[in-house]
Design a protein around this ligand. Structure first.
Ligand SMILES: *Cc1c(COP(=O)(O)O)cnc(C)c1O
Ligand SMILES: [Zn+2]
Length: 498
């Protein structure tokens, strides 16, 4: 739709203006720094940062109902830079000119309602938001679109040249980083560090295909992260882990989309996400806070963070009800099918602590919860979801298991409506499905397959069939007729059609 066809009062807002005044703020000492330079931690105290808009109050001058109409009309605009996460430009990157924005098709992933069988089984109405339908097949693209658009902006302004981007990854960060960096060829080169044998073959193929330098490191993600941190402190590289606060900004779009897709009515809404490095839950909380403060939504949804028993430092931290007595203790992770969340020392923990407190205070009651689930339940709920029309990855299974557990604990009421995050596409993690079907899980996973959830292909090759077709070697008419007849007979027998 062309701008001149929009309602007169919305027209001036359709193309976002470049204003706002972003700064990095340290969550430790409160120090503020300008964004002209890439910063990952506070130069004074070393804590993580969040990006704030010093002019945020200008967004409150536009009434909530006008914002809602701006976003709804903006969805009809055909300008590529506004088709993805920057539909919410004013809230996630107000300093970026539209021609700096990198858009590869990320964002606006569908929310798909579970069928009635599933809703009955879970005891509550719920939707999957399929973030596996992003370009590199995980939600990480939201944050990369933001981080790389900002880098592009710095390159265009002449503040940066010949960028080498670098990240540690449990698989999906590197896939997204390598994809977005490759789009900026030849100005950006990318290097990714992966824990050896701890990412799936599909995830490994992604940065290789995008032309990144791929390094496999002994150990787990937390070990890779330390190496990347050492590299980024010593050398001139652009760190693309969620320590980079620009990643958080882009991932806030997830919350904005949920608000918009549910017509900005958050009253009975529950948003459930898995937690690994805790960047995503940071962004989700912050996103809803921004929409609440500007009157775009008039209540804050419940937010539930889910962790596996095998990687549960955030869950453990919040087990202590008294905030003064809480103490963060990193855990040593055990093998998990929610492999992208297998992190014992989440980088964003200080952000979570800060924002959970803020969120609950704004809501005037406890609205953020944490749940732990077993590996067994993660696998089972993933398989059940996908037997009912979904494309959930193991982390999607984890959020669904979390919903069911939260429902049992009374955190989720029967009148609530839940939106659960399938953070990646099922295909990225199909190896775990295979291990389940073939009963091949090593003991330390604590997963024993149930017969009725297993599945395997059946080879039909009747013993009496002497001749079968092969590529390039068709059968003669009679043999072929016999082949078709015998094979269909066998299949019909197994399917109990006869
Ligand atoms: C990264 C990732 C997570 C964990 O998100 P964090 O922001 O690290 O907490 C969960 N699921 C998938 C598929 C991921 O790629
Ligand atoms: Zn500081």
């Amino acid at each position: 739709m062309k701008i001149e066809h929009f309602p007169k009062e919305i027209q001036p807002y359709i193309i976002p203006k470049c204003n706002g005044s972003l700064i990095y703020r340290c969550l430790g000492c409160g120090a503020e720094n300008g964004i002209e330079k890439l910063l990952y931690t506070c130069p004074d105290c070393g804590e993580v940062l969040l990006i704030y808009d010093q002019n945020f109050s200008r967004l409150k001058e536009v009434p909530g109902n006008i914002w809602r109409r701006i976003f709804d009309y903006r969805k009809m605009v055909t300008i590529p830079s506004l088709k993805g996460i920057y539909l919410y430009h004013e809230f996630i990157g107000p300093v970026l000119p539209l021609d700096s924005i990198i858009y590869l098709g990320e964002g606006h992933t569908p929310i798909v309602e579970a069928n009635s069988y599933m809703q009955e089984k879970a005891g509550v109405r719920f939707f999957f938001k399929n973030d596996g339908q992003n370009p590199s097949a995980s939600f990480k693209d939201r944050g990369m679109a933001s981080a790389l658009s900002y880098i592009n902006f710095l390159i265009q302004k002449g503040h940066l040249t010949d960028v080498l981007s670098i990240c540690a990854s449990t698989g999906d960060t590197s896939a997204a980083a390598a994809l977005y960096a490759s789009y900026m060829n030849p100005h950006v080169k990318s290097a990714v560090l992966l824990p050896h044998k701890k990412v799936t073959p599909q995830q490994l193929s992604q940065p290789l295909g995008s032309g990144a330098s791929v390094f496999e490191i002994p150990g787990v993600f937390d070990d890779c992260m330390k190496v990347v941190e050492a590299l980024s402190e010593k050398y001139n590289v652009a760190l693309l882990n969620s320590k980079n606060a620009w990643r958080i900004l882009g991932q806030e779009s997830y919350s904005f989309e949920i608000a918009q897709d549910l017509e900005y009515d958050m009253k009975n809404t529950v948003v459930i996400v898995p937690i690994g490095n805790a960047g995503n839950i940071t962004a989700v909380i912050n996103g809803f806070i921004k929409f609440y403060e500007t009157g775009i939504i008039d209540s804050l949804p419940k937010i539930i963070g889910v962790q596996s028993e095998h990687a549960n430092p955030v869950y453990r931290y919040y087990l202590e009800p008294d905030p003064k007595k809480r103490k963060f203790i990193p855990v040593t992770v055990k093998p998990s099918v929610a492999q992208a969340a297998m992190i014992g020392n989440p980088v964003s923990m200080p952000r979570v602590i800060h924002l959970v407190d803020r969120y609950n205070k704004l809501a005037d009651k406890k609205k953020v919860f944490f749940i732990e689930v077993t590996e067994q339940s993660i696998m089972e709920w993933e398989l059940i979801a996908n037997r009912n029309g979904h494309i959930a990855c193991t982390h999607g299974g984890e959020t669904l298991a979390g919903l069911v557990a939260a429902r049992e604990k009374g955190i989720v009421d029967k009148n609530d409506v839940a939106v659960i995050n399938s953070t990646a596409h099922a295909l990225k993690f199909s190896g775990f499905q295979e291990m389940y079907f073939e009963n091949r899980f090593p003991a330390e996973f604590h997963i024993s397959p149930k017969k009725d959830l297993m599945n395997s292909p059946v080879l039909i090759h009747p013993k009496d069939l002497k001749k079968v077709p092969a590529p390039g070697k068709p059968l003669n008419k009679n043999d072929f007729h016999h082949f078709v007849e015998r094979v269909s007979e066998e299949i019909a027998k197994i399917l109990e059609l006869v």
